[in-house]
Design a protein around this ligand. Structure first.
Ligand SMILES: NC(=O)c1ccc[n+]([C@@H]2O[C@H](COP(=O)([O-])OP(=O)(O)OC[C@H]3O[C@@H](n4cnc5c(N)ncnc54)[C@H](OP(=O)(O)O)[C@@H]3O)[C@@H](O)[C@H]2O)c1
Length: 246
């Protein structure tokens, strides 16, 4: 059997280690968005498949027996394509997705937005020095509503769009600790983020709580209908191993 592991997350890298230890044949797939990606162990393919049709062709050509979609909770296009391709070809699909923060302490006091545009509008009303931790690809949605604000933008790679003059760019990659976030957020007055979940980027939420600054957070979309979902890499490894011993 050969597993296709759709990655780009810490959970996907953890699962790659577990599959290698379990002697399962697998290939990890990355979108190729960041300049220096953290690479998982094992075989890797980098770059998109070319939509649902391209993914179906890949599944057939590489005799993929099951797919684990361990992409980021906001990589919604890839998850939708995986669901459509696997459904069309009868390939078993598992979603590995870390839990979100909707039940976390303080979540009921945050400003929940359905999308980045709504988040940008809310942030504009809540502060003058927003901290934008929404990822490089979403920044364009904030440019107009927050053009006059002294925003600090944290991204892994430099933004590809022109940003307003008052904005400052911080290039860095998590995980982030609480001390570091206290320093970064000392002068900022609203945190804008998305419900990525997990531990690696939680510290900023704790610091926002300590400082009493408002949090604007973009909601996740639901997992595509009918897709079995687990939250832990170990559970995904067990799902794969069960299939290989049938
Ligand atoms: N969105 C985030 O906030 C975020 C945060 C951290 C990490 N990531 C990771 O970054 C990658 C891109 O995220 P995104 O939000 O740009 O995804 P997306 O909008 O859902 O995907 C857009 C297209 O990128 C390609 N793609 C995405 N993930 C891929 C993968 N793992 N392997 C091969 N192709 C992939 C696919 O191209 P084709 O249609 O050509 O197949 C997909 O249709 C994902 O792997 C995700 O796990 C995303």
């Amino acid at each position: 059997m050969t597993i296709l592991l759709l990655g780009g997350t810490s959970e996907a890298r953890e699962l790659a280690v577990l599959l290698q230890d379990a002697k399962v044949r697998f290939v990890s797939s990355l979108a190729g968005r960041v300049a220096r990606p953290r690479l998982p162990v094992g075989a890797i393919q980098i770059g998109g498949f070319g939509g649902v049709g391209g993914l179906r062709a890949y599944l057939g050509e590489h005799r993929i027996t099951a797919v684990v979609d361990a992409t980021h909770p906001f990589a919604e296009g890839m998850s939708a394509n995986a669901a459509a391709a696997c459904h069309a070809d009868g390939v078993p699909l598992l979603r590995l997705e870390r839990p979100g923060w909707s039940e976390a302490p303080g979540a009921d006091s945050w400003h929940w937005a359905d999308d980045h545009d709504e988040a940008a509008g809310l942030a504009a009303t809540l502060g003058d020095r927003p901290f934008l931790t929404v990822g490089r690809q979403s920044l364009s949605r904030f440019v107009v509503p927050l053009a006059g604000k002294a925003a600090v933008v944290r991204v892994v790679d430099p933004p590809e769009i022109e940003l307003p003059d008052p904005w400052t760019v911080l290039l860095s990659r998590g995980p982030y600790d609480v001390e570091g976030e206290r320093a970064v957020m000392a002068d900022l007055d609203v945190l804008v983020t998305k419900d990525s979940g997990g531990r690696y980027t939680w510290s900023k939420m704790q610091v926002a709580h300590e400082r009493g600054i408002p949090v604007v957070i973009v909601r996740r979309s639901a997992v595509p209908d009918g897709v079995e979902t687990v939250t832990e890499p170990g559970a995904a490894r067990d799902w794969v191993v069960r299939r290989s011993t049938r």
